[in-house]
Design a binder for this molecule. Structure first.
Ligand SMILES: [Ca+2]
Length: 479
């Protein structure tokens, strides 16, 4: 029996009985040939086909044929070979797969690294950008600085040129002032001849009409030039606009700042000893006086303890006043003021005092004149001035006034034939008339133009026609 192809699950059933053995697929001729030998035998043969066998498989009722068995084994062997080969291929593929997996991991790592590198590159780029911007800003600042330096330089040059112009104008005007003084004298002499008058009102001699040295080289203007450039009005108390005053409202000095609640003290030295180291207004009551007064104590100068009795600083107070005003005092304690002759007399008679005169010119420079002792005689003696010896850097312009009584507009006690207070526009211890008056007219700008020397002048420092910017007179008990 020969089968060309086998299907899975196919079963060949051969049944042999007496006289017959049949198979559905057996050829009829074969059956006929075997009939006499197999008549009393019956056998069953089951053939189970193997999967995927391509070659022919033969079966026989007489047992397996040796040739056919060998073919089957070879096939099996072949199949095993094929299987083995396929297994190797699978293993190879497995290896390749592993390799691929490793490659994939490496690729992932590389991608991650690449991302990190990108991030780093971005960061570096930002840093670079920032650096470029910063350098550009620095360059701009440098350019601006250079521009400012150039502007300042050009401004300096402009000011230097302006200064030279002004110096030239000053020289011209100083010459005019001198010429006018001479001219005035000539005119007065001429008038005397023309009108047959042999006596003219006496005029006090002038001191240093135009000083050789003027304080503060930066302010060589006359007050007239100053007004011209600053469009300012005439100074207060000048001859033209302010007459002498005896305004009672300004008597005594009016306090405007904050008054220290402690006190009263006998003077600012006692204030200082009591531990008050701040300059300001304090209540004083001199020994032997029944009057309480307010005064400015200067605690920041030369160990403190200075009682200020006169101050000029801005022209805010008119000093062209009568005897009663000068006796009681006027002005504002924290500004321009005169403490009053009677108060100064009472304070200074309490002990041994020294006097400090502080002067400031229009360039801001301060100088001082100090006198080793200071006191006044009583009113009946006209508050005569008693001074000790001078020391300082302002020059001594006050010693020539030593021993002189006080003169005001309405009480002439000076050595001059006329009234010095009239010419100098303020009460003072005049001689005839003298080297200084710190109660004159406050002229802004320094050098001023006037027929008489009526500014705030100190002949030794600036001459008679230089009006100081600020002055103070103060006394302190000698330790
Ligand atoms: Ca006189």
């Amino acid at each position: 029996m020969k089968v060309e192809a086998w299907n899975l699950g196919m079963l060949l059933f051969c049944l042999s009985t007496l006289g017959s053995c049949r198979s559905g697929n057996e050829p009829l001729q074969s059956r006929r040939r075997r009939a006499p030998d197999d008549i009393k035998r019956c056998s069953y043969t089951f053939l189970v086909p193997q999967q995927k066998l391509t070659g022919p498989i033969c079966a026989s009722a007489t047992g397996p044929e040796p040739e056919k068995d060998r073919v089957t084994r070879m096939d099996i062997s072949d199949l095993k070979d094929v299987l083995s080969k396929q297994r190797r291929e699978i293993e190879t593929l497995q290896l390749l797969t592993d390799v691929d997996s490793n490659l994939v991991n490496e690729m992932k790592l590389l991608r991650k690294e690449s991302r990190n590198m990108n991030s780093r590159v971005t960061q570096l780029y930002m840093q670079l950008l920032h650096e470029i911007i910063r350098k550009r800003d620095n360059s701009l600042e440098l350019v601006q600085l250079e521009n400012r330096v150039m502007n300042v330089t050009s401004e300096m040059l402009r000011l230097a040129s302006r200064y030279k112009e002004l110096e030239l104008r000053f020289s011209t005007l100083a010459g005019i002032v001198n010429n006018q003084s001479v001219l005035i004298s000539l005119l007065e002499e001429h008038c005397m001849h023309v009108y047959g008058r042999h006596e003219l009102p006496a005029v006090p001699p002038l001191v240093q009409v135009v000083p050789e040295t003027i304080p503060g080289n930066n302010n060589r203007f006359t007050n007239e030039i100053h007004r011209e450039h600053n469009n300012r009005a005439l100074p207060r108390g000048s001859r033209m606009d302010v007459p002498p005053t005896d305004d009672p409202r300004a008597v005594p000095p009016v306090p405007q700042g904050t008054l220290n609640s402690d006190g009263p003290f006998r003077d600012c030295y006692q204030v200082w000893q009591a531990g008050h180291s701040t300059s300001g207004m304090y209540l004083l009551k001199a020994d032997g006086s029944d009057r309480l007064i307010q005064a400015w104590c200067e605690q920041g100068l030369d160990n403190g303890g200075w009682t200020v009795f006169q101050r000029r600083k801005d022209g805010s107070v008119n000093f062209f006043r009568n005897w009663e005003n000068y006796k009681k005092g006027f002005g504002n304690i924290d500004g321009e003021h005169w403490l009053g002759l009677e108060n100064i007399y009472n304070l200074a008679k309490q002990g041994d005092y020294r006097l400090m005169v502080e002067l400031e010119d229009w360039s801001g420079k301060k100088v001082y004149a100090e006198y080793s002792s200071f006191r006044l005689e009583p009113e009946i003696e006209g508050y005569r001035l008693r001074l000790g010896t001078y020391q300082g850097n302002a020059g001594d312009s006050l010693s020539s006034h030593n021993g002189k009584p006080f003169t005001t507009l309405d009480r002439d006690k000076d050595s001059f034939t006329g009234n010095c207070a009239h010419f100098h526009k303020g009460g003072w211890w005049y001689n005839a008339c003298g080297q200084t008056n710190l109660n004159g007219v406050w002229y802004p700008g320094g050098v001023y133009r006037s027929k008489f020397q009526d500014g705030i002048f100190w002949a030794e420092y600036g001459g008679g026609f230089y009006s100081l910017k600020s002055v103070r007179m103060m006394i302190r008990l000698i330790d």
